[in-house]
Design a protein around this ligand. Structure first.
Ligand code: MN
Length: 293
């Protein structure tokens, strides 16, 4: 197979904004840019590129807030992130780990820097991805998966070219640990200098690459560098990525689109406006459960 799956668009995230006092993020899928159909089932990608937070006496982060109708996936590359929710789940993730929270019918959660990391300060490098749930699962029971670095599927690239770490879905038959509600692949690739990875992703899956570190060459001719988000066309062909710098790193997202109406408002992602109103009403009338956890 010699044909390449070509690049549809390359773009950068928004300017940085703070989520609470703990996350300095750039949003890659701002609403209103008509991307939502092209990146479904992914809804949001907030990228906290490496940033040094000073030591803080109080634990940095964002306090209790609700979600309904989708999943939040937090990937840590540097620093330590802590999570609590009112379904009773708690987790701390560090470099290479992932938290995969299914909000489903509704949870309240807190997202913080882990206490001692917050106290000593340091570089935080993380991503939060929101993954949509189809109508059939929007009101599913909340669920929480801590996926530690050593659980990830690992595939060595040819010629000591680097390593693919599979979080969800599979790469060359090696599966990732995440349980998902719709078919998707999520993996990162760490390249050694001139290492090459070939991706053959289903033609119907919306597919993209975010360059996290360094510089890569895509399909032999197109160079992209860190913080470039590269969306591919839904066409036959392979994607070839080469590390042009040592330790170049990319995140690969690919998923079957959820072909349903989607209404996103604040922390809720539902199928209709009426369901959004219902979510606010349920939140305000305490149906998301105990806010003191
Ligand atoms: Mn949240």
């Amino acid at each position: 197979m010699s044909n390449f799956r070509s690049i549809e668009a390359t773009f950068k995230g928004s300017s940085f904004s703070m989520v609470g006092d703990g996350f300095r993020v750039s949003n890659y899928f701002p609403s209103g840019n008509n991307l939502s159909q092209r990146i479904s089932p992914f809804i949001l990608l907030d990228y906290n590129s490496p940033y040094e937070f000073p030591a803080s006496a109080t634990q940095r982060g964002v306090g209790a807030h609700p979600h309904r109708g989708f999943e939040t996936v937090t990937i840590a590359y540097d620093g330590y992130v802590e999570h609590h929710d009112n379904a009773g789940n708690h987790g701390i993730i560090g470099p290479g780990d992932v938290q995969w929270m299914t909000a489903g019918s509704g949870v309240l959660h807190k997202e913080y820097h882990e206490k001692s990391f917050s106290e000593r300060g340091g570089i935080l490098h993380m991503i939060q991805l929101w993954v949509n749930l189809p109508k059939a699962y929007k009101m599913t029971t909340p669920k929480y998966q801590t996926l530690l670095s050593d659980q990830m599927g690992k595939v060595e690239l040819p010629n000591q070219g680097g390593v693919v770490r599979v979080i969800a879905g599979e790469y060359e038959g090696v599966k990732g640990p995440a349980e998902t509600f719709t078919p998707l692949h999520l993996f990162d690739i760490n390249f050694n200098l001139n290492g090459q990875a070939q991706l053959t992703l289903p033609v119907t899956f919306n597919s993209a690459v975010l360059v996290l570190q360094g510089k890569v060459r895509i399909n032999q001719t197109q160079d992209r560098s860190e913080t470039d988000f590269v969306l591919f066309k839904n066409e036959e062909g392979r994607i070839l990525i080469e590390g042009l710098t040592d330790s170049a790193m990319v995140l690969v997202l690919s998923g079957e689109p959820i072909n349903e109406p989607m209404v996103q408002y604040g922390p809720f992602v539902m199928n209709t406006r009426q369901e959004i109103s219902q979510a606010y009403e349920d939140f305000q009338t305490g149906k998301f459960g105990n806010p003191n956890f």
